[in-house]
Design a protein. Structure first.
Length: 373
């Protein structure tokens, strides 16, 4: 990596020669300005106003413009001879816990590389001292024409430096927070905690710039003469008036995305099936007229599987009792039929005897009448 600044770390009376290297890089897609009518490139040329001609980079210097518009030239030699110790030195002024640093102050990040073999030993000494103390070093250094504040910390086996803003460069959050008293209920806080627990943690290495990838796809499609991919139409979110409902829906959606497609339906089935089972077990006797409900039969079936011996004995007793009752019913029916038959037979015999006796008496009367005549 190419160094952007050479100097030394001042650690008390110890001096560590180092090179400053950029720790970050930008992967953003860059565009050029063109003339929309003919596609011609738009360029910015550096022109001297007095001579009205373009000048090269070697002819360009720095100057300070005062309130009256007067340009005061400042050379690199003037800046290198500034009466400050941080012109070419990163001066460590204190060691503090890392949580003392406000993240709002943190800016650009750099790696500090040891410059040459003599710097290896003091470089390692500072790195190990930072590790063992669990602290960071606060330093002052000069870069690009101004003195800056920095924080040194250990990253792996290297020392990194974060540029810090001066405390007076960080604005106070005045007028940012909502005005007026806003009350948050404990139930809402509980749901917010549940949502945070459901979302959980994430490996930052898994995150990537989707916008840059989409731009690259558009560029590749147009370069090949193809139609750029169209944006997906997403449903516009409606207005959320109930914060509790929004939190509950967020927790449910987060759980479904974490657990996959199987967890969501299982949870809904468990919630919806219980009331149906209770209703069917209560209404079944009324509708079927004394028939056993499916849930009761399922329970008895489960009980039979769990205790096979007892269920077998009970079922055998039930069968024998039902058989005996059916036999008793058939016997009573036979007795009733026999009684009815006997009564009919008795009635018939009585009628015959009555007819015979009547016939005999009639014959006797007729015979006596004939004799008397």
């Amino acid at each position: 990596m190419r160094s952007i600044w050479n100097g030394a770390i001042s650690f008390g009376l110890v001096s560590i020669p180092i090179k400053l290297v950029n720790a970050t890089e930008s992967h953003a897609v860059s565009f050029r300005q063109i003339h929309t009518e003919d596609g011609g490139r738009i360029r910015y040329r550096k022109v001297c106003e007095l001579e009205d001609r373009e000048v090269t980079q070697a002819e360009i210097g720095k100057a300070y413009e005062d309130a009256d518009g007067l340009m005061i030239p400042i050379t690199d030699e003037d800046l290198s001879q500034l009466p400050i110790p941080t012109a070419r030195t990163i001066e460590i002024v204190a060691f503090v816990p890392e949580d003392r640093i406000d993240p709002l102050q943190m800016g650009s990040a750099y790696y500090l590389a040891a410059s040459g073999a003599p710097a290896a030993k003091p470089y390692t000494l500072l790195r190990e001292a930072l590790k063992r103390s669990n602290r960071v070093a606060i330093a002052k250094f000069a870069l690009r024409g101004r003195e800056r504040l920095g924080m040194l910390r250990v990253v792996g086996d290297a020392i990194a430096m974060h540029g810090l803003l001066w405390p007076d460069e960080v604005r106070a959050p005045e007028g940012v927070a909502p005005e007026g008293g806003v009350t948050v209920r404990d139930q809402e806080l509980d749901l917010a905690d549940a949502l945070m627990d459901t979302l959980g943690e994430i490996d930052l290495d898994d995150l990537h710039d989707e916008y840059r990838e989409a731009v690259e796809e558009v560029v590749a499609a147009k370069a090949a003469g193809e139609r750029p991919p169209e944006a997906r139409e997403e449903a516009a979110p409606g207005k959320v008036l109930d914060l509790m409902a929004a939190l509950e829906n967020s927790v449910r959606a987060a759980r479904e995305s974490r657990d996959g497609e199987e967890a969501g339906p299982a949870e809904e089935a468990e919630v919806r099936s219980l009331p149906q089972r209770k209703t069917s077990s209560r209404r079944a006797p009324k509708e079927t007229g004394g028939k056993k409900s499916t849930s009761t039969a399922a329970k008895k079936t489960a009980a039979k599987k769990a205790e096979p011996k007892k269920s077998t004995a009970k079922s055998g007793t039930a069968r024998s009792s039902s058989t005996s009752s059916s036999r008793a019913a058939s016997a009573s029916a036979k007795k009733t039929a026999a009684k009815g038959t006997a009564k009919k037979a008795a009635g018939r015999s009585t009628a015959k005897e009555t007819a015979k006796s009547t016939g005999r008496s009639t014959a006797k009367k007729t015979a006596s009448r004939r004799r008397s005549a």
